[in-house]
Design a protein around this ligand. Sequence first.
Ligand SMILES: [Zn+2]
Length: 327
Amino acid sequence: MLSEFELKKQICEIGRRMYEKGFVAANDGNISCRVGRGRYLCTPTLMSKGFLKPADIAVVDDQGRQLEGSLPRTSEILLHLEIFHELSEINAVCHAHPPYATAFAVAGIDVPSNILPEVEIFIGQVPIAEYETPGGKRFAQTILPHLRRKANTILLANHGAVACGKTLEEAYFHLETLDMYCRILLLSKEVGNIRQLPPEKVRELLDIKKRLGIADPRVNGQEVAALAGSDEFLRGFSTRAIAQHTPDANGHGRGQGIAGQPSQAGQAQPMPPGQRFPAVVAGRVLPGADGLGTSSTTARRRAFDDEAERIVQLVTDRIVQLGGSGN
Ligand SMILES: [Zn+2]
């Protein structure tokens, strides 16, 4: 068991790694760990995580009240405490805004699963918690349904990611694995199609996970294929507005997006063969641009070219007109 001072040093070290990795900008992010009954260490608010000293680390109780430390504790301590209260085996929490992972949280697109072996074993399916204003109890409780399904890494809609582990390094590794995974997904999509592992291979990975003692809601004799998770990222996007998505019966899937706002989520739809849709440029449907193609990218590009050509023509006409009036 490490001393409190050693744990404070570790928090500073993890903070430095988060900052250097670009997972946090300015004073973003926060880190905490459990040190005993009703006693937790956490980073201070409004301080860069890249340059912390052990003396900067605050000590709080299980309600988030500050017990020790000259700097005020993070304003997001309730999020961390929600995890410590729900999962007794968890001793450390890292919250950051890793850009590749946060891109999925902003887009409201589920991170697809069953693609990379290590990700399946160490993280598993990554849910998206509903958006709520950071800092309060309501914000902290958005992750509760996902904690109950033993998620160790959760995206926060329009915000970032939170990860937990038995140790500080394990919690940080979950964040690092998630962001690297999301980066690989985005790159793979640029290269070509993303191929998912077949269910029998996922089952083998879940067996390894079980042997390692890592919780996963899929390790209950349930059919892996039925729990493959969202594939909307793999299928791509259309420019059509699609009804707001809701999580399925297993609780898998993103939240509702920002309350009261029609979510942009769920727009990923395969275009049925032969079906055509109007092209949209700058948020408006182009007249006469119907039937531009079955690929949204092609359609948008062609529509954009048409629109650009029209604007160039308008500008050219105007110049000629002005030149004429000057004579
Ligand atoms: Zn944050």
